[in-house]
Design a protein around this ligand. Structure first.
Ligand SMILES: C[S@@+](CC[C@H](N)C(=O)[O-])C[C@H]1O[C@@H](n2cnc3c(N)ncnc32)[C@H](O)[C@@H]1O
Length: 247
């Protein structure tokens, strides 16, 4: 695995800007659940935050430690290490079971004035018109030879007749919908802010071959998703939640 994320890649920057917007002004200790290879945790640390990062996957944790994160192998909701000023679930909450206990434990692990910050997606929002836009975006990148040929998931998405079916096959196994996340967060937290966000660009991120142009390409697709979703031409895939406990 090649790891040298000195410069923040666009997909991390997109989450980082969202997180920074909502972190409490006095943010001493921060927990990231499902940190993957740790790029976000490392950049948050570089910007002065004390970050504990956990992931249930040992290879990811080793990679995160190599990047310099305080990363630990742990599974939510079993992890306990005192209270935090913010708890982040960065594209991990849709995987985590049981959902009610996971959200409850997050609320109980927050200090007074702390908040829950969730970056996730609503895979159930994908419809034919949205996936038509996404497949045409992939075709354009292929035509300009900006994509590597080997991404199996993109290959399946490109299958013209099975687009929606391929999407569902890739997303429906044991994942929570955004509606599940929203209902559970609303049930547990006092004040909940929710916003839509771009997300489709993340599927292309690992398949772009032109290294020097990748961030510009990803930014352009993120902007397209936001603009087209705003006028109802497609459905944005990303969902974000920020919530304060009911105490
Ligand atoms: C889609 S990846 C996101 C990784 C990273 N945050 C990112 O945005 O690139 C989801 C991560 O959550 C981790 N994960 C899934 N269930 C978990 C659990 N119950 N506790 C801790 N980590 C979990 C997975 O191992 C995986 O690394």
């Amino acid at each position: 695995m090649e790891l040298n994320y000195g410069k923040m890649r666009f997909e991390t920057r997109y989450t980082y800007d969202f997180v920074e917007r909502f972190l409490p002004s006095e943010c001493g200790r921060l927990l990231e659940v499902g940190c993957g290879t740790g790029e976000l945790a490392v950049h948050l640390s570089k910007h002065g935050h004390t970050v504990v990062a956990i992931d249930s996957d040992s290879e990811s944790v080793t990679a995160a430690q190599q990047l310099g994160a305080d990363a630990r192998i742990a599974t939510w909701p079993e992890f306990d290490d005192g209270r935090f000023d913010a708890i982040l679930f960065t594209r991990s909450l849709h995987h985590i079971h049981p959902l009610d206990e996971s959200i409850r434990h997050a609320a109980d692990s927050l200090d007074d004035g702390g908040c829950l910050i969730v970056e996730d997606f609503a895979y159930e929002s994908a419809d034919e018109k949205t996936l038509r836009w996404f497949t045409s975006a992939i075709h354009f990148l292929e035509a300009t030879q900006a994509l590597t040929a080997s991404d199996e998931f993109l290959g399946r998405i490109l299958s013209k007749t099975e687009t929606l079916r391929a999407w569902r096959q890739n997303h429906e196994e044991e994942l929570h919908t955004a509606a599940d996340l929203e209902a559970q967060i609303e049930k547990t937290f006092r004040r909940v802010i929710m916003e839509d966000a771009a997300y489709y660009f993340r599927y292309i991120a690992n398949a772009i071959s032109a290294a020097e142009k990748r961030d510009a390409i990803l930014r352009s697709y993120a902007e397209q998703e936001v603009i087209l979703a705003a006028d109802g031409s497609i459905n944005a895939l990303g969902r974000r939640f920020v919530a304060m406990p009911a105490r």
